[in-house]
Design a protein around this ligand. Sequence first.
Ligand code: NCD
Length: 303
Amino acid sequence: MNSLIDIFDLTPQEIMELINTACDIIDRPAAYAHKCDGKILATLFFEPSTRTRLSFESAMLSLGGQVLGFSEAKSSSAAKGESVADTIRTVSCYSDIIAMRHPKEGAPLVASMHSPVPIINAGDGHNHPTQTLTDLLTIHREKGHFDGLTVGLCGDLKFGRTVHSLVAAMSRYPDVRFVLISPEELKLPRYVKEQYIKNPGIPYIQSASLEEVMPQLDILYMTRVQRERFFNEEDYLRLKDSYILTPEKLRGAKEDLRILHPLPRVNEISVAVDNDPRACYFKQVQYGKYIRMALILKMLGIE
Ligand code: NCD
């Protein structure tokens, strides 16, 4: 595999291999501490990030490699008008692998066409494959399998790129069901629904009420309303608190429900839920580092 742009660049078997490597890294971190000695990861973030960028950097450092990069477009030559292609040609002279985040859909794909080194899409306008690998590792560690799960996705299903990539990924496992929970204005885009749910014939329901569907769920994937992607502030203010998960709302939930969130959280999960044993979002952050370690090894062709 040269680059990871879309979660479908990986087969389910390759995803399982990455999960197995991540689990081995969790069990035997010392065995991996020098795997990337002498290698350099560049993180090019044209859009803000805390977890994704730092987890990539932490992953590379824990593999013995080194990191360089920028964390905002304005501190790069993009601010002077440099094209993504030229930035990538340059950075690939300084690094062995590049993780790139960009607000525009397709920017990491363009980068991969101009790069002699592997490109990892660290989030663009529509896809976020490494968050999905994180989500899959979390689900697998918590549930032991993907088959037969009822996956609820709640909040901003329209702009949430992590939702689009997770729906794509989960659509490949047998007997999965989706429960799409959002206000009318923030429903899953039609093309995502057609491509990954309707065409493959996966059962799903749509609901505006989280409480109503709660008892059915095995996984609840909460998301923030994506303020920066709205066209006007008024709509954001009207929709931002559409769903706030509280201990009361969890009353009807299964005992073995698992609650995930890609983070950052704004208001959509009350802090009172954080100590519920079903809350997994901070464990998920930790898993994000291990799966990125596994991914870097795979993409650099290191055993
Ligand atoms: C997500 C993102 O950037 O798409 N965050 C992340 O990478 N963990 C989710 C979000 O910003 O809401």
